[in-house]
Design a protein around this ligand. Sequence first.
Ligand SMILES: *[C@@H]1O[C@H](CO)[C@@H](O)[C@H](O)[C@H]1NC(C)=O
Ligand SMILES: *[C@@H]1O[C@H](CO)[C@@H](O)[C@H](O)[C@H]1NC(C)=O
Ligand SMILES: *[C@@H]1O[C@H](CO)[C@@H](O)[C@H](O)[C@H]1NC(C)=O
Length: 402
Amino acid sequence: MLPVLAIPVFCVATWVSALNDPSSDLPRFGQPLNNLTVSVGREAVFTCIVEGLGPYKVAWLRVDTQTILTIASHVITKNHRIAVTHSGHRLWSLHIKETRKTDSGWYMCQVNTDPMSSITGFLEVVVPPDILDYPTSTDMVVREGSNVTLRCAATGTPEPTVTWRREAGGTISLSNWQAGSIVGPELEITRITRLHMGPYLCIASNGVPPTVSKRILLTVHFQPMVWIENQLVGAYEGQTLTLECRSEAHPSPITYWTKPSNETIANDENYKVETIPKGLYEMTMKLVIKSVRAQDFGSFRCVATNSLGETDGKIKLYRIDKPPTTRRPGTRRESKKTWKIDHSHEKKAVGMKDEPMLKGDDTGDEQIDFQSATASTSFHRHLFTNFGITAITVIVAGGLST
Ligand SMILES: *[C@@H]1O[C@H](CO)[C@@H](O)[C@H](O)[C@H]1NC(C)=O
Ligand SMILES: *[C@@H]1O[C@H](CO)[C@@H](O)[C@H](O)[C@H]1NC(C)=O
Ligand SMILES: *[C@@H]1O[C@H](CO)[C@@H](O)[C@H](O)[C@H]1NC(C)=O
């Protein structure tokens, strides 16, 4: 409150002394005072309609503090944000400029009849929501399995409601239920999984525009996992084939393949290594062997390593006989033995589960052989391997990040 202090007391005295005016025809209020709602900083204007004011005067008072603000066209308070205007003797307006939250309260329009007559109206100064930097959560990096609480500290008048959503849409999974949005200043997620990873929005609203939001990125770290659909692959010498592993890891892993000799594979004229990322933490690792040689029979390993650990998967290549050529007469085709880089991976990554792991040359007869070779190993499909840290734990420089 501004310093109004002793002045009101004095003013009340002079104000009251005007009451002795005799009058037969007392003034009346034209209508009740409107209640006002204004955004902080804006001007609030109460208008009092008085019919037949006669010799009386109109005063404005602040009810809560019993302060006289204006009498007739004079501003009494020292609050420089208060002004009074009138139109004739009928319309009297109290102006409260640059409103503050503390201006909220009851205001009275009073006429010094005996007894006094007055009407009151309520001023509500509202404040649009704001989100405080502290203690609102900042971007977080957590380990899978840990518990996390995201916080959003919002201010505003009336008190804002905080709602949590995922920026990309979709549901938020909590321990026993899922919801598109969660209401409350805290979002508590127990036993975080990689599915929780991504940006979240906390949205604060209280009916006073503008609504505000803050983006909090939740990053989940976990050691690599590797899935292999076919762990046992039959091939003949000279065959072209593609081996595939699917991996999930965050932070993004370093990946490589090893030969049966345990050497790390580099791209050369016989091997082609490729990784195809998908989404935030998934990838497909591919190894194309242009032409299978004797030394390729054995176990290939696909390895994914990040700061939380290393995981590998084995694919064992075993020898089968080269199938007889069964070309039909008149359909002689050129054998396509040229080395090609496979550009069709996007499509395959999507349908990977049902995609053959072995790929023959582009001739139809070899496709048939592939089918018979994989049929015997189909029970190995959907095997889940997570060798985890029992294999080799690689501590990357910088150690574990949480
Ligand atoms: C102003 O609000 C009060 C309660 O907050 C209510 O009793 C009164 O009727 C309101 N006045 C008008 C004009 O709406
Ligand atoms: C996470 O919360 C669950 C349920 O409240 C509790 O059982 C578990 O011990 C907590 N885990 C950690 C790492 O604090
Ligand atoms: C490759 O390493 C594995 C274990 O890491 C071992 O059992 C195997 O004998 C090694 N193979 C060769 C050819 O060194």
